[in-house]
Design a protein around this ligand. Structure first.
Ligand code: BGC
Length: 748
């Protein structure tokens, strides 16, 4: 028989066991992320919960300071640290009381480009010109695999800003100017990043940014106020973010902008009421870099950091990027009763829940990283090659000068210009050359093709000799040797002029007032033109430039934007006709900087829709435009029904015939116009597109479905309403009115 003392002991052991079990519920992978989060939160101190809300910028600290954040303040996240250093911080975090893993984030924007040696794709703007969601999903997968192999769990991508004011320095980071297309492409890349399951070892979290209206800042100036209205927000800016939520995007980032005087980081209506309540976003929101601190130091809406921290949390931010003093501030605010601890619980809870669902607490992701052998592997190279080919847009091809040597007989080719041998200009922003700290001297640890390398190698295979001269600098007017460039070109049969802009003219803090070709580039081009030889211009640039001279004077114009490490190879293949170009612009080109904005889906004016001192009314190259080596003819536009109800879906059918001599892929575009509506609507809006491959001489019928709900307007009181009446349904190869077939649809 047990003594009373023994019973007491048993009882005590049982209670302790239960307590242990209770405590470690969050460690049990069989439970749901929400159950695990609730348990973990119940065990955490206020300090630990605020710690989870901290995102620490690694490269601003000493190693000891970083360790302190990992072990003592238990920061939830670090940005811009990978490999062994990240592994070390993770070990420290896992050996703390509750062992909550750190989530490591990085700007893997067009590939895992901050890591020298990884696959670098064309910029977002470049890749968007492929209009190919399947390929973008693959690019997202490649990026995820390579970043995960470096211990990264999270990319701050994609950018869903709308690239309409071309003066803005970050146009290169956008998917262009159209809200619908941005949503489709963003969903695809998000799926690629996040893979089949967030908890797979090679999946990383996506981050839809910058929520919201950042690209629309007044005057195209970065980090500035915008005056967009709530109606416009719902009509234009919110839809891509809605699509990101539907695609399961785990995180959102705010931005540096303010809307009508309210800094985005404290815009409760947009962050909490709309994003979290109305749209039901379940992931977490991270501020942009030091958004909270800027409320005090730059935007002047808070007298001190306590006020700024309180407003940031109350507006609906969950994680605070790079405002390290937020930690003490938030703790102080809660302890003094000025900030409700329930808001801290909600923020930390959202972060923890994502950590659970992304497998961070579980063996698969905890026990080491995926193999680094995936980085720049052959399979990834192939995806990059295909995406790069599809990203290039042929803008002019007079008398079919391209492909080279079909109608010409070139024996010696001049490759001239400041971007011919300029890897940095070709890669653009967000690579190890520029971030986290600029390192322009870095030596690339991968094989790459500048335009010069690509063109010379391809020419050699064809028995064509190439000569190269830089000609001039992009920024420095004085640094030029046009005479020598011209004499090099004079000895050749044709000239490839590689011009554009450079990385110093793109990115944060790099807005431009003047989008003409800078430096002595225009002078160089004129001197080359005077030689009277075929002149083919290849543009290497972050964003549209004003190039009417090229359209008038060059025999061909090829737009490659920032085409990544394989750009030179793909452009050379295009020049020689190894593939038939299919890319189409996702952003319109102006004739003149003063004409900006020139996006296709504006409300048209009703006095003079043009400037009196500019001959042209429209864009130089409009949205959706791109040539091919073959020709397509559109015919027989048919709607499955000419009259329909608001809940219906209409099938829009059109025949496309390849009337040229090459097989090719055409991007068929579907636009609509609401003929009469209670608020004004654009002349046309993209509502669908389809890629169709056709052999020479072949005809295919393409069918696109149009949901009538997509025809909704936004009323002044912010409701989405489909108004009965007539709509014009337009299908064609680009957004030019003259290119489109039209049919009328009546909605009852
Ligand atoms: C940019 C973000 C980026 C963050 C972290 C900010 O300056 O606006 O797009 O994700 O830095 O690098």
């Amino acid at each position: 028989m047990k003594s009373p003392c023994r019973y007491k002991m048993d009882f005590y052991i049982r209670i302790q066991g239960m307590a242990m079990l209770m405590e470690f519920i969050y460690q049990n992978p069989a439970l749901s992320p929400q159950e695990r989060t609730n348990n973990l939160l119940s065990l955490m101190t206020l300090e630990e919960k605020v710690g989870q809300m901290m995102q620490i910028s690694y490269n601003t600290l000493s190693a000891e300071e970083a360790e302190d954040w990992a072990s003592n303040k238990k920061a939830g996240s670090f940005l811009h640290v990978l490999g062994k250093k990240a592994e070390h911080l993770q070990e420290l975090a896992l050996s703390t009381r509750l062992g909550i893993p750190i989530i490591f984030g990085i700007d893997a924007i067009h590939g895992h480009g901050l890591m020298n040696g990884s696959t670098i794709f064309p910029s977002q703007l470049g890749m968007s010109c492929s209009w190919n969601p399947e390929l973008l999903e693959k690019a997202g997968r490649v990026t995820a695999r390579e970043a995960a192999a470096d211990g990264i769990h999270w990319t701050f991508s994609p950018v869903l800003c709308i690239g309409r004011d071309l003066r803005w320095g970050r146009i290169n980071e956008t998917f262009g100017e159209d809200s619908y297309l941005i949503g489709v492409l963003a969903s695809a890349i998000i799926k690629g990043y996040q893979g089949k399951s967030l908890s797979d070892a090679d999946s990383i979290l996506a981050c839809a940014k910058h929520y919201l209206g950042y690209g629309e800042s007044t005057g195209g100036k970065d980090a500035y106020d915008t005056e967009v209205t709530c109606r416009k927000i719902r009509e234009v800016f919110l839809p891509p973010f809605k699509k990101a939520i539907e695609a399961g995007c785990a995180t959102f980032m705010t931005g540096y902008q303010s809307i009508d005087g309210t800094p985005m980081a404290i815009n409760k209506k947009l962050l909490y009421d709309i994003l979290k309540q109305e749209l039901g976003f379940k992931g977490f929101v991270v501020t942009d870099y030091n958004n909270t601190g800027s409320l005090v130091t730059l935007q002047m809406v808070s007298p001190d950091l306590d006020d700024a921290s309180k407003k940031t949390v109350e507006a609906g931010n969950d994680m605070i990027m790079a405002t390290n003093d937020f930690y003490e501030s938030a703790i102080r605010l809660v302890k003094s009763g000025l900030l409700s601890e329930s808001l801290i619980d909600e923020a930390a809870g959202r972060i923890l829940s994502i950590k659970f669902s992304s497998g961070l607490f579980d063996v698969k992701k905890k026990s080491g990283y995926a193999s680094r052998s995936v980085i720049s592997c052959k399979e990834h190279l192939q995806v990059n090659m295909e995406l790069t080919r599809q990203s290039i847009v042929l803008l002019k091809n007079d008398k079919n000068i391209l492909p080279l040597n079909k109608s010409t007989n070139i024996k010696k080719l001049a490759v001239i210009g400041p971007n011919a041998d300029n890897l940095k200009a070709q890669l653009g922003d967000w690579t190890f050359f520029t971030h986290p700290d600029p390192n322009p001297e870095a030596v690339p640890a991968f094989e790459y093709y500048t335009m010069l390398r690509g063109i010379s190698e391809r020419s050699r295979l064809k028995g064509i000799e190439t000569v190269y001269h830089k000609g001039c600098d992009i920024l420095d007017d004085e640094n030029q040797n046009i005479e020598d460039a011209v004499s090099a070109a004079a000895a050749c049969d044709a000239i490839i002029a590689v011009i554009g802009d450079c990385v110093e003219q793109n990115g944060e803090f790099k807005d431009r007032a003047n989008l003409d070709l800078s430096g002595a580039q225009q002078k160089l081009l004129k001197a080359l033109k005077a030689l009277g030889k075929p002149l083919i211009a290849v543009l290497v640039n972050g964003k549209p430039l004003c190039v009417p001279w090229l359209q008038k004077n060059a025999d061909a114009v090829v737009e490659s934007f920032n085409s990544g490490i394989l750009g030179g190879k793909a452009v050379a293949e295009l020049l020689y006709g190894d593939f038939v170009p299919s890319g189409k612009l996702t952003v319109s080109f102006p004739y003149h900087s003063g004409q900006i904005p020139v996006y296709y889906n504006q409300l048209s004016g009703w006095h003079s829709p043009k400037y009196m001192d500019l001959a042209e009314r429209n864009a130089l190259y409009p949205f959706g435009f791109g040539l091919s080596y073959t020709k397509y003819q559109y015919s027989n536009l048919v709607l499955s029904s000419a009259v329909c109800g608001k809940e219906d879906t209409v099938a829009v059918q059109v025949d496309i015939t390849n009337t040229g001599e090459y097989a090719g892929t055409e991007i068929v575009q579907l636009y609509i116009n609401d003929k009469v509506s209670s608020v004004m609507t654009p002349e046309k809006e993209l509502k669908g597109f389809e890629r169709v491959s056709l052999k020479a001489g072949e005809t295919k019928t393409v069918t696109m479905s149009l949901q009538i709900s997509a025809l909704a307007i936004v009323t002044p009181d912010e409701r989405y309403v489909v108004e009965p009446g007539e709509f014009e349904i337009m299908v064609g190869p680009d957004s030019k009115a003259s290119s489109l077939l039209k049919k009328t649809l009546t909605v009852c």
